[in-house]
Design a protein around this ligand. Structure first.
Ligand code: LMR
Length: 353
């Protein structure tokens, strides 16, 4: 019996030792069982890219295209995570989050950057860029460079501009054919002293509000109307809660694509190169496609809704542009005479009015 117990004990000890050896050799450093998805995860750079519009918009699609290009060019080593529809942050919050470094990338409407750099308001001057070509010339030329440069004091690295298109006006109290038709109405605008001034001239009230608040306030009747691009009017269904749309083309809406500057500086030269190339390709695509998209979505609004659409004639646009002329003078000091003169030159060269 004693001998039997000794043999059994020996066997148990032997088994325990071999299990321990097997376990140890399998899980000791360097030989962990490996899940392919985890490969290189330690070296992966993640860029969180937050924005407030729908996916089916010039900015939403550009952000996705950029993410795809970066993934391909970096062979998965740089991952851009796009969060649309204000899913992470609202308009003002995303700017603060970027500065803190909680997210790495945003593409706010240029209007929203005027609190950091008042020069950005040059792009909001009414009828300053009357054609697509004039927008491209301004954004990709000297004016655009000056504006992106002016962000560096705010820990923001301005990289490029994406376009959406021309702003139009919607209301529940139309039609709006001449500037006097807006009198007494309340409109949602992007927070901006210049846009406020524009509506003051019209004897209308303008309220600076978050983009994703707009639909609810139009629906409840707290606002009469708003100004935005066709693409934003379509993708957020503003046309469902408005009776009139005036195609006025009175202003520009586009985006400065920005990264947190510390984050950008911490990237290697080759990582920066991948991001620059991907942005360049995306920008070229966006600056063409955004205009087509607005045209196409205007046709869809016509088809899908009862909203009454009025296109200002050339004559009428000229009248509106003259009417808004005092805005240029009022913002001469804040924007700077030189920039205003530069944009006036572009306007004169491309004038459709
Ligand atoms: C708005 O607030 O109306 C726009 O900035 C939305 C956008 O980003 O296009």
């Amino acid at each position: 019996m004693k001998a039997f117990l000794s043999v059994a004990l020996l066997l148990c000890v032997g088994l325990a030792v071999s299990v321990w050896i097997g376990f140890h050799s399998r899980f000791s450093e360097g030989t962990l069982p490996f899940d392919d998805d985890q490969k290189g995860i330690k070296d992966q750079v993640v860029i969180k890219f937050s924005h407030v519009v729908a996916e089916n918009t010039p900015k939403g699609l550009a952000a996705q295209r950029f993410a795809k290009l970066v993934n391909e060019k970096s062979e998965g080593k740089i991952k851009v995570e796009v969060v649309p529809n204000g899913g992470l942050y609202s308009d003002q919050e995303e700017l603060e989050a970027l500065k803190r470094g909680d997210i790495q990338m945003i593409a706010p409407a240029t209007t929203k950057l005027s609190t950091f750099s008042p020069k950005f308001q040059v792009l909001d001057l009414p009828y300053a860029m009357p054609t697509r070509e004039s927008m491209i010339e301004v954004l990709n030329g000297d004016i655009g460079k000056t504006l992106l440069q002016s962000l560096t004091n705010s820990n923001m690295k301005g990289l490029t501009f994406w376009t959406n298109g021309f702003k139009q006006i919607t209301t529940n109290d139309g039609p709006l054919k001449s500037p006097s038709d807006l009198k007494g109405q309340t409109f949602r605008i992007m927070p901006s002293p210049l846009l406020e001034k524009q509506f003051q001239l019209l004897n209308a009230k303008a309220v600076g509000l978050d983009f994703n608040e707009t639909y609810r306030l139009l629906e409840s009747g707290e606002l009469n109307g708003e100004e935005n691009t066709i693409s934003n009017i379509y993708s957020k269904k503003f046309f469902d809660v408005q009776s009139h749309l005036t195609v006025s083309d009175h202003g520009f809406l586009g985006y400065a694509v920005i990264m947190n500057e510390d984050f950008w500086n911490g990237l290697s030269k080759s990582q920066q190169q991948i991001l620059k190339e991907s942005l360049q390709e995306t920008t070229t695509w966006n600056q063409t496609y955004s205009f087509e998209m607005n045209d196409e979505q205007l046709r869809l609004i016509e088809k899908q809704s009862e909203i009454e659409i009025y296109h200002l004639t050339k004559e009428e646009k000229r009248k509106w542009a003259d009417f808004f002329e005092p805005v240029y003078k009022a913002f001469d000091e804040e924007i700077g005479t030189e920039l205003i003169e530069q944009i006036k030159k572009v306007r004169a060269n491309h004038s459709e009015l």
